[in-house]
Ligand binder design. Structure first.
Ligand code: PEP
Ligand code: MN
Length: 344
């Protein structure tokens, strides 16, 4: 259960409420977020909660309804206006959640300096501002290419010297977070780590924007609960990403759940983007899924772009060439304009 406290209640009064709850047999957790304070409470075994009318307690503004309690801070009940998540590298800015639709592009993984830089230069030319600078790759088989790891940092450095692109990279544990922290602007949590709650807690304290991808077997609510781990640790800079879920359909690699975009827009104030590449798994589907995502109201699209897709060391079947990326951006800009938005 979540209690929302009155605005402006001093910390002594907040603690008094916690103590009173603890004496009644509740575990309590006080969380401050965006100037509001909540208490999450859980009854110990045998404690009856139904008979207590918390709303009548001094300092309690509201008992949050059960529907929103598990992901209250992420929910539109907590904040009805959309969150604007601004990301900057000091040269470029993008804002997720406003009228701009942000494109993110780059190879599945950084493989070597020449290919990574060529892709970055081509992507920058289209007006795209965010680069997939992936060096730690979570792969299904341990025998597949695992990414360059720490040695990829040198390549990220070169790309930064030659472009003004914002750098996004996936991290899978706190050590990788530390290794990448001085070199990138946004951290990604991949589908396989959406439920890695200890990692989420670390990222919640990392003071850095996070792109949180939906687990391939997770519901929208589970995605919002994962976001709640970040928010409840104090990180408000969270962008959600729909990237396809497992269904009985096996033509696509995953089934892109376009409905999730509309669902998240209703349930949450957080921006939501779509990754058609990992959903499709086949490059011929990328155009239509990217445009469908824009049509559905996504705040961004993330696409895997490789100079020579056939030669990519990972996810080669879904990568598109820089030329095809350019064509999608061109078409997407027309569609975005019709929707009173701008694709950048
Ligand atoms: C990725 O974006 O590099 C990636 C591995 O995606 P996902 O976690 O969605 O499979
Ligand atoms: Mn990939």
């Amino acid at each position: 259960m979540i209690l929302l406290l009155d605005d402006g209640l001093n910390s002594e009064k907040q603690n008094d409420i916690c103590l009173r709850l603890q004496k009644l047999g509740f575990y309590t957790r006080l969380v401050s977020f965006k100037g509001k304070v909540i208490i999450a409470l859980e009854a110990k075994a045998g404690v009856k909660i139904k008979s207590i009318c918390f709303e009548e307690w001094f300092g309690v503004r509201e008992v949050v309804s059960e529907q929103f309690a598990p992901f209250y801070l992420s929910s539109s009940k907590f904040q009805s206006s959309k969150s604007l998540i601004k990301i900057t590298n000091g040269q470029q800015n993008v804002t997720f959640g406003g009228s701009e639709i942000i494109s993110i592009a780059g190879p599945c993984a950084i493989e070597n300096e020449e290919d990574a830089l060529q892709a970055a230069l081509a992507i920058q030319k289209t007006g795209c501002k965010v680069y997939r600078a992936m060096i730690f790759k979570p792969r299904t088989s341990p025998y597949s290419f695992q990414g360059l790891g720490r040695s990829g940092l040198e390549i990220i450095k070169t790309i930064k010297e030659n472009t003004d692109l914002i750098m996004l990279t996936e991290v899978r544990n706190p050590l990788e977070l530390e290794i990448a922290a001085d070199h990138v602007d946004v951290f990604q949590v991949g589908t396989r780590n959406m439920s890695n709650y200890e990692l989420l807690k670390h990222l919640g304290r990392a003071n850095r924007p996070v792109l949180l991808k939906r687990g391939m077997g997770a519901t929208v609510q589970e995605l919002l609960c994962a976001a709640e781990y970040l928010l409840s640790q104090g990180n408000s800079e969270v962008i959600l990403c729909e990237r396809g879920i497992r269904t009985f359909e096996d033509y696509s690699r995953f089934s892109l759940d376009i409905a999730a975009v509309a669902a998240i827009k209703e349930l949450s104030h957080l921006p939501v983007i779509v990754d058609p590449s990992h959903a499709a798994g086949r490059s011929h589907m990328i155009e239509s899924l990217a445009l469908a995502s824009i049509g559905a109201g996504a705040d961004g699209i993330m696409l895997e772009v490789h100079k020579e897709p056939d030669k990519a060391s990972s996810d080669s079947a879904q990568a598109i060439t820089p030329q095809r990326f350019y064509n999608i951006i061109k078409q997407g800009r027309g569609l975005a304009k019709a929707l009173n938005r701008q694709l950048v």
